[in-house]
Design a protein. Structure first.
Length: 321
C-alpha cells in the first residue's frame, strides 16, 4: 500500500513538473485569414511570454480590426514597416470572411491603420524602429491616445517592455508611407506625384523573452550579412520567423539560405508566402511553402491560423507542433 502511495505521489509530481515546464514555453498564435490554413495575406502573429506579456507582430489585413475576438489582451503592437499588408491599411470584415485565396478585406483602416486602432483599443505600446515612432505618436495623439505609447527600438540598442527585450535589426526593403495616411492637400499632392512619405529603413527584430528564448523576426528583407553576424552571432536567435514569398522579399531558396547558412536557428516559422500555402491544413504541393520546407535543414512550422505553437528556450516546438 505504501508503495502505491509513493507511485501516485511520484506521478502527481511528474505531472506538476510537466505542467510547470509547459508554462515556461513561449506561445505563438497566427491570426490569419481562414482558421486552420496558411493564406496569401497572413502576416499576424501573437507572441505570449510566460509572464503574460502579449505581443502582436504585424497585424496586417487578416486581423479583423480592434474588435477581433481572437486578439484578447495586447500589450505591444510591433510593426516591421509601413506597407499596408503589415501595418493594416484595410482588414477582413470578420474572422474567416471570404476564402483563403479571396479574402473579404473590405473594411478600410485609413487614415489610422489597424496597428494604430488596435493599440488605441487595447491601450498597448506601439514599438517600431527607424523613424517610424513619430508617425505613430502623431496618430495616437490625433485619436486621443498617448503619444508616449509610440516607443523607439533603435538599431544597435533595445527596449524592454513587459519583461521582453526588443532589439531592431537590419531589413533590406522599401518603407514608404501611403499618402492616404496624411490626407488633405498634402496627401492628394503626393498621391498625384506618385510619392510616398519617408520614415527611414524597414526593420526586423529580435525578441528575447523572459525564458531566455531569442526569436528573429525577419520582416520583409533580402539576404544581409547582419543575419549571420548580428542575429546569429550576437543575439543568438534560436527561433526565426522568415518571410519567403518572393517578389517583395526573400523567395524560398533565398530564405532557406538565410536559415541554413546565416541565422542557423533550431526551428523556423514560415511567413509571408503570398500564396495559398495550405489546403485543408496540408501544405499545397508545388507551392513556395513546400519549396521552402524542402530546402530548409531545421524543422519548419507552417503558421495555420488559430493553431497555437509553443517553443522552449532552445527554440524547439514543445506543443501544438
Amino acid at each position: 500500500m505504501a508503495m502505491h502511495y509513493r507511485t501516485v505521489a511520484a506521478a502527481t509530481l511528474a505531472a506538476a513538473l510537466g505542467t510547470a515546464a509547459l508554462a515556461q514555453n513561449v506561445k505563438v498564435t497566427p491570426l490569419g485569414g481562414i482558421d486552420g490554413e496558411f493564406c496569401p495575406q497572413d502576416r499576424a502573429l501573437v507572441f505570449e511570454d510566460p509572464n503574460g506579456t502579449r505581443i502582436l507582430y504585424d497585424p496586417g489585413r487578416t486581423v479583423a480590426g480592434a474588435t477581433d475576438p481572437r486578439l484578447g489582451r495586447i500589450d505591444i503592437v510591433l510593426v516591421s514597416h509601413m506597407h499596408g499588408d503589415h501595418i493594416g491599411n484595410a482588414h477582413n470584415a470578420a474572422p474567416n470572411a471570404g476564402s483563403c485565396d479571396k479574402p473579404d478585406m473590405s473594411v478600410s483602416a485609413m487614415p489610422n491603420s489597424s496597428a494604430v486602432n488596435i493599440a488605441l483599443a487595447k491601450k498597448a505600446k506601439i514599438v517600431t524602429g527607424s523613424e517610424m515612432p513619430p508617425f505613430f505618436a502623431a496618430k495616437l495623439k490625433a485619436n486621443g491616445g498617448n503619444p508616449a505609447d509610440a516607443m523607439l527600438a533603435r538599431f544597435g540598442g533595445s527596449v524592454t517592455v513587459g519583461g521582453v527585450r526588443i532589439a531592431t535589426v537590419t531589413a533590406l526593403h522599401s518603407n514608404g508611407v501611403d499618402p492616404e495616411y496624411f490626407g488633405g492637400e498634402l496627401g492628394r499632392a503626393m498621391k498625384e506625384a506618385g510619392l510616398a512619405g519617408s520614415v527611414g529603413p524597414a526593420t526586423g527584430y529580435v525578441l528575447r523573452f523572459s525564458t531566455g528564448l531569442s526569436v528573429y523576426l525577419s520582416g520583409d528583407t533580402g539576404i544581409t550579412a547582419d543575419q549571420e553576424h548580428v542575429v546569429r552571432d550576437y543575439y543568438q536567435a534560436k527561433l526565426a520567423v522568415m518571410n519567403m514569398g518572393d517578389g517583395f522579399s526573400t523567395g524560398p531558396r533565398e530564405a532557406a539560405f538565410v536559415i541554413n547558412d546565416l541565422v542557423k536557428p533550431a526551428a523556423v516559422i514560415a511567413s509571408h508566402a503570398n500564396e495559398v500555402g495550405t489546403v485543408g491544413g496540408k501544405v499545397r504541393p508545388g507551392s513556395k511553402t513546400e519549396a521552402f520546407i524542402q530546402a530548409v535543414k531545421v524543422p519548419v512550422h507552417v503558421p495555420l491560423s488559430g493553431r497555437t505553437l509553443e517553443f522552449d528556450t532552445a527554440g524547439l516546438c514543445a506543443a501544438g507542433c
